[in-house]
Write a protein of this length. Structure first.
Length: 381
């Protein structure tokens, strides 16, 4: 179906350009596999599968701002359904009609299993995993993808992970679970997440890393073509580019003919915050500050300035601890979206707090696309 070759197993790309070429958009066809995305958020997984040529038919979530963003960017139904309700598949079909689902994807809420959130075996959000298996029992999809935080792999002595694996095997699926780093898949960010990929009729596997560490996409390669926004010169927002794309990554971020820049608005920091950021060297953090400075935040990620020649640290939802490699401010929503591999024509809606949460919670688009291309290969479609 695709006019582009798919990924070869365990082969690292010889150049960033070669990988970027493989991550260009493949249009879906009438017979493309149908995808339903649970806990879709703003649409990172959906966009990755859509870019790989899948036909995404619905995204389901309870966050209304995220659904507005999803609807504005993803050509699929965006629905606020109660996924704790075991009848959600029929409730879905009541709204969009009888549906075929070849691939079921989703990222159930991570707070119950997260390294940073509540570690509670009885957290009701953990039970939302059942929604994935309710969907499997109803639709009998050929493939299923579940994404979660890496802490789930070892939490409760590994019982959470083993329980998910067992649920798949009881249903006759071949399944594999693996922690993947998005930087190895062309994303300018180190983000380690646990993925379960299961197949009904073929042996399951997940893609290997596609870039060697020396070829990771850096923050500078991702962001340097965006207006810098020097807030000390009252530069707080830009709605257009002021220079050409210079890297292969930047060229992918700027679709042909696209010129309007959205979500590129700087935070108005207090002067003492700006002065503190200035003291942090490129790639440094709170440990590089002089005694008595910045001591209100001394945890691991506090006062972290990105390094221009390396991928960023993991984008979070709070938007307070990481700073631009050059500008003395936190990244804009657009810059964080770039670091999550969302192209510039992806508009994030809602309040600024909501926008940062949506982007921080998303699966990086290029990582999702790489998994989607691997899925197509195993399904032989």
């Amino acid at each position: 179906m695709s006019s582009l070759p798919l990924f070869e197993e365990a082969v690292e790309f010889s150049s960033k350009k070669q990988l970027m070429d493989r991550l260009r958009i493949i249009k879906s066809e009438p017979d493309s596999p149908k995808v339903i995305d649970l806990f879709c958020g703003c649409g990172g997984l959906s966009l990755g599968y859509q870019r790989a040529g899948f036909d995404v038919i619905a995204g389901i979530d309870h966050d209304q701002s995220a659904l507005l963003t999803y609807s504005a960017n993803i050509d699929a139904a965006s629905l606020n359904l109660d996924l704790a309700d075991a009848h959600w598949p029929t409730n879905l079909e009541d709204q969009i009609g009888p549906s075929k689902c070849d691939v079921l994807i989703g990222g159930p809420p991570c707070q119950g299993y997260s390294l940073t959130g509540t570690r509670n075996a009885n957290d009701p959000r953990n039970s939302l995993y059942n929604a994935m298996f309710v969907g499997i029992d109803y639709f009998k999809p050929k493939a299923v993808l579940i994404e979660n935080v890496r802490g789930m792999a070892t939490l409760f002595g590994g019982k959470a992970k083993q329980q998910v694996l067992e649920h798949f095997r009881q249903r006759g699926y071949s399944v594999v679970a693996k922690i993947l780093d998005s930087a190895r898949f062309g994303v300018p960010q180190h983000r380690l997440r646990l993925f379960f990929l299961a197949f009904r009729d073929v042996e399951a596997s997940l893609p290997e890393g596609l870039l060697a560490p020396d070829d990771y996409i850096s923050c500078e390669e991702a962001l340097s073509d965006l207006p810098l926004l020097d807030i000390e010169k009252d530069q707080f927002e830009a709605t257009s580019y002021d220079q050409n794309a210079t890297s292969e990554y930047q060229k992918l971020m700027r679709p042909n003919g696209f010129s309007h820049l959205s979500n590129h608005e700087a935070t108005r920091h207090k002067q003492f915050v700006i002065d503190t950021i200035k003291m942090v060297p490129e790639g440094g953090n709170h440990k590089d500050l002089p005694p008595g400075v910045g001591e209100s935040r001394t945890f691991n990620e506090a006062w972290t300035r990105y390094h221009s020649k390396k991928p960023s640290r993991t984008i979070d939802t709070g938007h307070r601890n990481h700073f631009h490699y050059k500008a003395n401010r936190v990244p804009t929503v657009r810059e964080n979206a770039r670091l999550q591999s969302f192209p510039d024509d992806f508009r994030v809606l809602g309040t600024r707090t909501s926008q940062n949460r949506q982007i921080g919670n998303a699966v990086p688009v290029f990582l999702a696309q790489a998994i989607a291309l691997h899925t197509k290969k195993l399904l032989d479609v």
